[in-house]
Structure formats: structure tokens, C-alpha cells
Design a protein around this ligand. Structure first.
Ligand code: ZN
Length: 251
């Protein structure tokens, strides 16, 4: 069995064909999906999805791209519903967009909510790895741990994350012939330190061309990782699922 640690099942085009997509994914051996929120407006929909869909686990949080619209009331609401999810996410810093100061304030506030509720975190980090690591270290993220979503950094950054009790989530990016650095990270780290995700509908595996990503295609990433580690797909499935359950205890 495989665990997809980051899949936006509530977003279009996935939500409109969910039954068909999840049947296809179950047939490919995937049985659990962590669905991270991006905006407070998602939270109600995610709760509903988790109630009605076997294997779906919600995580509540606010993506850094929405930092400018967050009010104190949003954070109070997050604090109230946090424990109904399996993690806090997705949260973090995005150096390509928006106000960095507001992002950091929001990130810190959400790391504190995670710590209050003893929930792991799902970290979005784009072109801000150094600062993300500094903030997480300062906020004591190691006590709750979590997952670096769609990790694509260097081996050095990977080790910094591991020291903070975070594991790295490998996406379909690893299937790209040009993803040499990420492939090297996969070779160097122990399989126990990695989990898998699709980030569907984004980050379509190279093997599937230019179309929106589907939950079933997690198996392409599992296959690529098995090749890089020189092990079987069953070993990848077993080990990455065990790690996902260890990090996200309520999975
Ligand atoms: Zn995402």
C-alpha cells in the first residue's frame, strides 16, 4: 500500500471526477491521501471530504501565498479546528511571491498552533530554504516533526531538515531527466527518511506528459524511487508508508 502525503483532491479538475480518480488510485495500490488546505475557505470542504471518502485525511492550514489576506480571526479558527486534522498544512515560505514579512508572521503563528496541538507540519518551501530552516529551528519544529512537501533542495538542505525531525516528500519531479540534484538526494538519503506525494493536480510525472496530475500516478514516483535506491517497488511502498504513519501519527 502507498500513502500520498500531499494531494489536493478538493481542487479542480480532481474534485469533479473524484470517485473515478480514487478508484483508479486504489487499483494502483494507493490507500491514503493527506489533503492539505491552502486557504481558510477550503476547511469546510475538506472536513466534508474526509467524512465521506474512505482514506482521505485532512490537514488544516494557510498557504504562504494567502498571507496578505489572513486575519486574526482565521488563526483563531485554525486553532479551534486544528485537532480535527492529521497535521497543520500546508504552511511555509514562498520566496517567489508576496510579502515575505507577512508570510513569516503567518508561518510562525501556524508553527505555534501545531506545537500547541502536538500536530506534525506539512511545509511548503520555494526559493526560501535557508530562512524556512531558520524559522523552523527558532520555533522548535523538531518537537512535532513533519514533512517537507515536494522537496527539491540540495543534500545539505536535506540534512538540515532531517536534523529538525522532518522527512522529505518526493514528488513526480524526480521522474524528470533534468532533476539530477533531487535524484542524488534520493540516492544519498536512507529510504526511511523519504515519503511520497503527487501534489496532484500539479507536478505531473515526466512519464505522463503535459497534463494535469492524477492520484494514481503516485506509482510512477514510487517506481522511479525504487530504481534510484536499487530496491523493489514493494520495499518503497512498505518503507515510505511506515514513515508516513510514524511522522503523521493520526494517519
Ligand atoms: Zn500543495
Amino acid at each position: 500500500m502507498l500513502v500520498d502525503t500531499h494531494c489536493h483532491l478538493n481542487l479542480p479538475p480532481l474534485i469533479s471526477q473524484l470517485d473515478e480518480l480514487l478508484l483508479e488510485a486504489r487499483t494502483a495500490g494507493i490507500e491514503r491521501w493527506i489533503v492539505p488546505a491552502v486557504h481558510p475557505d477550503d476547511w469546510g470542504q475538506l472536513a466534508q471530504l474526509a467524512r465521506t471518502t474512505p482514506g482521505v485525511r485532512p490537514a488544516y492550514g494557510i498557504h504562504p501565498l494567502h498571507a496578505a489576506t489572513v486575519t486574526a480571526d482565521c488563526l483563531a479558527r485554525l486553532d479551534r479546528i486544528a485537532a480535527e486534522g492529521v497535521a497543520i498544512g500546508e504552511i511555509g515560505l514562498d520566496g517567489t511571491f508576496g510579502n515575505q514579512y507577512l508570510q513569516e508572521q503567518l508561518f510562525r503563528a501556524q508553527l505555534r498552533i501545531a506545537s500547541t496541538h502536538d500536530l506534525p507540519v506539512l511545509i511548503h518551501c520555494r526559493r526560501a530554504i535557508g530562512r524556512t530552516i531558520e524559522v523552523m529551528r527558532a520555533e522548535g519544529v523538531a518537537t512535532v516533526g513533519g514533512i517537507m512537501h515536494a522537496f527539491s533542495g540540495s543534500c545539505e538542505s536535506a540534512r538540515d531538515c532531517l536534523r529538525l525531525n522532518l522527512v522529505l516528500s518526493i514528488s513526480g519531479v524526480v521522474t524528470r531527466p533534468g532533476a539530477v540534484r533531487l535524484q542524488q538526494v534520493c540516492r544519498e538519503l536512507s529510504l526511511q527518511q523519504l515519503v511520497l506525494e503527487t501534489d496532484a493536480p500539479d507536478l505531473t510525472p515526466f512519464t505522463r506528459g503535459q497534463t494535469s496530475n492524477r492520484p494514481a500516478w503516485l506509482s510512477d514516483t514510487a517506481t522511479a524511487l525504487a530504481e534510484l535506491k536499487g530496491c523493489t517497488i514493494e520495499e518503497v511502498a512498505h518503507t515510505t508508508s511506515a514513515t508516513a504513519h510514524r511522522v503523521v501519527g493520526r494517519l
